[in-house]
Write a protein that binds this ligand. Structure first.
Ligand code: ADP
Ligand code: MG
Length: 391
């Protein structure tokens, strides 16, 4: 696979670069709760600016659905970027139009301009060609550094590439290189998956099935499989539409030992008592909220033998103190095995939150906050944002 990265660009000085980033940070009012995404996106901007490029930064924030919602203005992101880079950045309160063009025409080499939330424009989510053309007219080169939205057919990641030469930013390039190590793994590859929605995860399980040595399931995801296998799961989280998905996935594989399920679970019973049970003992009124201690030690054994590990999706409702043990214990095992012993990749919004709680983030080789995009990429779904950038 060839990644057309900005590293290969010969001419940067005086060129205008439209850099699509993913600075979609969690907010508390106007306060940025966690600037991890901004901090990880600095390299591309620094690189282009240091070489005399004119850098126009564009991101989405939240989901304003094509309307101007001031609570989702990108202004605080521009401020935080300026603080992190220790330079002045001009914020423009619209995304396209004369005011933007005028500001860009005044730019000097190395300067940075930050545009308003691209999703304030109705054309963005519709992948609208006219809007993409307007965006493209602002720059000479398009740079995609937003892996998290690269599975979406949206104007600023997809249609825009019809009108400008397109390159991968340094973060996007790093992300692809990390994920490609999962595509061609050093074996044994151990895949640990949990979380909630099965539709988003089934393709990944199907695609990694042949290269994985073991697939360890937990969380709401495992409930679906257990239900399919006629285990009682009581009132646990499960997805009624999951049966055909699992059926398709397990055809010809049902007797295979590759996919592992929890052997015990932590449940809350009818009277609100919380305790562990064997998976065969769950009753109709129980709710499964975590994997049990035997499952933790079973899964840990597999992880400790892995040479490549991918983990997506919490093993339980880790946000609640009684149900975080499965996820946090195994997060620590994954982290301890990573960096040197195995190549460890952890991805997904809630999964990364859980990894943070384990306080072992820095031991994992690659952390991807781009849950959906990562699942799409590894599951070999179409990636409109990578067209023309990867060949
Ligand atoms: P990610 O964003 O990391 O891919 P998901 O979005 O798939 O993860 O799922 C995360 C959510 O799944 C968490 O908020 C967690 O509380 C929930 N979850 C996992 N297991 C269970 C369970 N057994 N019961 C209820 N919720 C669960
Ligand atoms: Mg999630």
């Amino acid at each position: 696979m060839k990644i057309h990265s900005i590293n290969h660009l010969k001419k940067i000085k005086d060129q205008r670069f439209l850099v699509r980033v993913d600075f979609n940070v969690p907010l508390d009012g106007k306060r940025i709760k966690d600037d991890y995404k901004i901090a990880s996106g600095l390299e591309t901007i620094k690189y282009l600016s240091a070489k005399g490029g004119k850098v126009i930064v564009l991101t989405h924030l939240g989901d304003p659905a094509g309307k101007v919602k001031l609570a989702l203005s990108a202004a605080p992101l521009a401020n935080r970027l300026a603080t992190l880079l220790k330079i002045k950045i001009k914020f423009i309160s619209i995304t396209v139009g004369e005011k933007v063009e005028a500001a860009i025409s005044q730019m000097k080499p190395g300067e940075i301009i930050f545009l308003e939330n691209v999703r304030f424009n109705p054309g963005e989510l519709k992948n609208d060609k006219a809007f993409a053309k307007n965006l493209a007219s602002l720059a000479d080169v398009y740079v995609n550094d937003a892996f998290a939205v690269s599975h979406r057919p949206q104007a600023s990641v997809d249609a825009i590439k019809n009108y400008l030469p397109a390159y991968a930013g340094l973060l996007l390039e790093q992300e692809l290189k990390a994920l490609n190590k999962i595509v061609k793994p050093k074996k044994p590859l151990v895949v640990m998956m949990g979380g909630a929605k099965i539709e988003t995860k089934a393709a990944l399980i199907a695609n990694l099935y042949s290269s994985a040595s073991h697939i360890l399931l937990g969380g709401g995801l495992a409930n679906n499989f257990l239900n399919y296998k006629k285990f009682e799961i009581g009132k646990s989280l499960f997805d009624a539409g999951s049966l055909p998905v699992i059926k398709k996935l397990l055809v010809g594989r049902a007797t295979d030992k590759k996919i592992l399920f929890p052997v015990d679970v932590i449940i809350k019973n009818r009277s609100g008592r919380i305790f562990s049970k064997k998976i065969t003992e769950v009753s109709k009124s129980d709710i499964i909220f975590d994997i049990g201690p035997e499952t933790i030690s079973l899964y840990a054994k597999y992880i400790k033998n892995a040479n490549t590990i991918i983990w997506n999706g919490p093993m339980g409702k880790f946000e609640e103190v009684h149900f975080k043990n499965g996820t946090i214990s195994l997060a620590r095992v994954v982290a301890a095995r990573s960096r040197g012993r195995a190549y460890g990749v952890v991805g997904g919004g809630e999964t990364v939150e859980a990894l943070k709680m384990s306080k072992m983030m820095e031991h994992v080789d690659w952390i991807s906050t781009a849950g959906g995009a990562m699942l799409s990429y590894l599951g070999k779904a179409p990636m409109p944002g990578l067209k023309k950038i990867v060949s």
